[in-house]
Design a protein around this ligand. Structure first.
Ligand SMILES: [Ca+2]
Ligand SMILES: [Ca+2]
Ligand SMILES: [Ca+2]
Length: 194
C-alpha cells in the first residue's frame, strides 16, 4: 500500500484571543462569548488522509487517534507533536445563525498566552463583527473533521501600506492600460483570437 501525504493548512485563533475580553475565564467553554475578528495564526500539517482526527481511544486521552501524520506547525514552525481535534463548540451568532468551531490541540504544546488550544470554524464562517456565544460543547471522535472545511478567514496583513497623496496627475492607473471588451478602446484583437 502506498501512502500519499498532502499538506493541509487553515487559519485559527489562539485561546488567548477568545479570552482577551476578560469575561471568559481561563478556558473558552459553555456560556462564553467573543466577537469575530481576524485569525491570528495559520496552522498546517501533512497527513495521508483527509481528516483531522480526535484524541483518545487506543492512543489515550490527549493523544491524536491518527497514528500517521498530523504533526503540527503554527505559522510555519513545527511545534509539539501531533495536532488533534479536542472537541467542537456550537456557537449562536448575533446574526441568528449557528456556527461550529473546532478546538484544536497539539500534543506537548500550548498556544501562546492564556489557555492552551487553537480554534477554527468548521464549515460556515461568520462575518467579522458577529458576536458568538458558546451554547454547547461535544467531543470529536474518529474522522469527523474534514481539513477542507476548516478556516477562520484571512489573517490581517502584517502592515497596512500608507496611501500616496502626491501621485502625479499624468500617472496611468493599471485599469487605464488594460482595455476590456466593454471599453471604447478598440485597439486590436488579442493574438489568440485572430
Ligand atoms: Ca488524519
Ligand atoms: Ca493519517
Ligand atoms: Ca477530545
Amino acid at each position: 500500500m502506498t501512502y500519499y501525504y498532502k499538506k493541509f493548512e487553515f487559519t485559527a485563533y489562539t485561546e488567548a484571543d477568545l479570552l482577551a475580553n476578560g469575561r471568559n475565564g481561563s478556558s473558552f467553554g459553555h456560556g462564553d462569548s467573543f466577537t469575530v475578528g481576524s485569525p491570528t495564526v495559520t496552522m498546517s500539517t501533512y497527513d495521508n488522509d483527509y481528516s483531522l482526527s480526535g484524541d483518545g481511544s487506543y492512543y489515550g486521552n490527549g493523544h491524536a487517534q491518527d497514528g500517521s501524520g498530523q504533526l503540527a506547525s503554527v505559522d510555519g514552525e513545527r511545534v509539539g507533536s501531533q495536532m488533534y481535534a479536542e472537541q467542537y463548540h456550537v456557537l449562536k451568532g448575533s446574526d441568528g445563525q449557528t456556527y461550529y468551531m473546532i478546538e484544536v490541540k497539539v500534543e506537548c504544546h500550548d498556544s501562546a498566552g492564556a489557555g492552551n488550544g487553537y480554534f477554527t470554524f468548521y464549515g460556515a464562517q461568520p462575518p467579522a463583527g458577529t458576536t458568538l456565544t458558546n451554547v454547547g460543547t461535544c467531543d470529536v471522535q474518529g474522522c469527523w473533521v474534514d481539513y477542507r472545511c476548516l478556516g477562520a478567514g484571512e489573517t490581517a496583513p502584517a502592515n497596512t501600506p500608507p496611501t500616496f497623496t502626491n501621485v502625479p496627475r499624468t500617472a496611468f492607473s493599471a485599469s487605464m492600460r488594460t482595455p476590456s471588451w466593454s471599453s471604447t478602446w478598440p485597439l486590436r484583437m488579442p493574438m489568440a483570437m485572430r
